[in-house]
Design a binder for this molecule. Structure first.
Ligand code: UDP
Length: 492
């Protein structure tokens, strides 16, 4: 056997846009290094992935999509719910989780048939480690978040705030997260369900952690220079190999690549570009809350008023709670008044394309890690409005560690489908924070400058000789070593 055997990697993301999008980017990165990449996903998700992988295949990359049927009917979900952004009620969540667990068996069949050399699987597929091990295949975990957020998660698991802090304590009073390189404070109200007590989510996260410890290592979508102290901290507490290989979104360099990540945009990308071309540099605020979060109509109304009152131009991606009256959240005459000044995109925007445009000077974000890193890569300061998952951790990172953002003051964690329960962020607050971030005050200028510098750092990290580029090389070399008995016959 020669040393030129092509490595074959399986990439298996959790069926959610926020996991599939970066996983496809990793698949492309690896294919560009000569590997054969096969993305495993369900049929409907394959459709959205295929439009981008098709282009890469035509340009010579060995990138493939392999489908596994999604057992919606078996778990009592309506047809067509194959991805987290399609979930419209809390009752669907446990069913969706059960359906994901049922993917294990068909996944093992594929492993048996194709015998890839290694598997990169999303964190919420903890059983993938065990499945891969059955065929002596190493499994790598892809978390899709930062070392900072992972470090907070680890600290809190040991600290157990739900035991350490009295149940009578004010949920809004803050406590210092122990053991971190910086002094970071959070409140009980901001913690994810699985860190607030024992429940179905904490059991799931236990499995995730266990599978992580049994895996070969962890790929992190971040770059070393962004969070050196946390990269080291996490590696040390985890005691596992980690490779920072991001920002993986920077893999997409031309208009089509940037516009075709995830679902099909509900707006023509050239229309958006023309719209942005007509604006001054740094004059437009981009507002988006990711692929799954649902904001109540009352909150959308406050946001609409806040944006309008700020006086700044904006692009606003609106995902509404299904079945709610389409226009009811908009103030009377809103769309006429904002004409030319505000662009509303319903459902799905070409986000990276927008963020990378020089007219965009601010990003109001729910702090999903992909969005956060895309904002960082574009060198854009942020207004933070975390809602669920590790988004409150990411907010601390943006506003207190790298200091390129201003918080809106969101107080409570809420399940992404439960938005109606959360207290409102008022329009006055929104207008004030937008005006400060987009304005010419000293603080805003400094933030803009810092964001720009960090954006440059991000770009350097993925270029040849940069840390993420080098880490990816090291990672691939190590994966080859896994096969050394076959690839490189031992020399005496
Ligand atoms: N995204 C997009 N258009 C949209 C909304 C989201 O392209 O209208 C992309 C965004 O660029 C990011 C991903 O979807 O890559 C969302 O991931 P994130 O981690 O930010 O949030 P989640 O959706 O997981 O809450």
């Amino acid at each position: 056997i020669t040393g030129h055997q092509q490595l074959h990697v399986y990439l298996f993301p959790v069926p959610a846009q926020g996991h599939m999008i970066p996983t496809v980017d990793v698949a492309k990165l690896l294919a560009a290094r000569g590997l054969k990449s096969t993305v495993i996903c369900t049929p409907l998700n394959a459709v959205s992935i295929s439009k981008t992988t098709e282009r890469d295949r035509l340009s010579g990359l060995d990138i493939n999509v392999q489908t596994i049927p999604f057992p919606a009917a078996e778990v009592g979900l309506p047809e067509g719910i194959e991805s987290m952004d399609k979930i419209t009620s809390p009752e669907m969540v446990p069913k969706f989780m059960t359906a994901i667990a049922l993917l294990q068996q068909p996944f093992e069949q594929l492993l048996e048939e194709h015998r890839p050399d290694f598997v990169i699987a999303g964190m919420f597929l903890p059983w993938a480690t065990e499945s891969a091990a059955k065929f002596s295949i190493p499994r790598i975990v892809f978390h899709g978040t930062s070392s900072f957020a992972l470090s907070i998660g680890e600290s809190l698991k040991l600290y157990k705030p739900y035991e350490a802090i009295s149940v009578d304590a004010d949920p809004d009073s803050s406590f210092v997260i122990p053991g971190l390189p910086d002094k970071i404070e959070m409140t009980m109200a901001q913690l994810p369900d699985h860190l607030r007590g024992k429940n179905v989510f904490s059991e799931m996260m236990e499995k995730v952690r266990e599978s992580e410890l049994n895996s070969y290592g962890v790929l992190v979508n971040s770059f070393y220079e962004l969070e050196p102290a946390y990269a080291e901290h996490y590696r040390n507490i985890l005691g596992r190999k980690t490779w920072h290989i991001g920002p993986v979104s920077l893999r997409n360099t031309d208009t089509s690549d940037k516009a075709q990540r995830g679902k099909k945009s509900t707006i023509d990308e050239h229309y958006v570009l023309n719209w942005l071309n007509s604006k001054e540099p740094n004059s437009v605020l981009y507002v988006s809350f990711g692929s799954v979060s649902r904001v109540s109509n009352n909150q959308l109304l406050e946001l609409a008023m806040g944006l309008e009152n700020s006086g700044y131009s904006f692009i606003w991606v609106v995902r509404q709670i299904k079945n709610d009256d389409e226009e009811s959240f908009l103030p009377k005459g809103f769309e006429e008044r904002i004409e030319g000044k505000g662009l509303i995109i319903r459902d799905w925007a070409p986000q990276v394309l927008i963020l990378d445009h020089e007219a965009v000077g601010g990003f109001m974000t729910h702090c999903g890690w992909n969005s956060t890193l895309e904002g960082i890569s574009a060198g854009v300061p942020m207004i933070t409005w975390p809602m669920f998952a590790e988004q409150f951790h990411n907010e601390k990172f943006i506003t207190q560690v790298i200091k390129i953002g201003a918080p809106l003051g969101a107080k409570e964690y809420n399940m992404w489908v439960d938005a109606k329960k959360v207290s409102l962020v008022m329009n006055e607050t929104i207008a004030t924070v937008v005006t400060q971030l987009m304005g010419d005050g000293e603080e805003a200028k400094e933030m803009r400058q810092r964001a720009k510098e960090i954006g440059e750092m991000a770009k350097r990290s993925v270029e040849e000789g940069g840390s993420s580029h080098t880490n990816l090389t090291t990672f691939i070399e190590e994966m080859k070593q896994q096969l050394h008995v076959f690839i490189f016959p031992a020399t005496a």
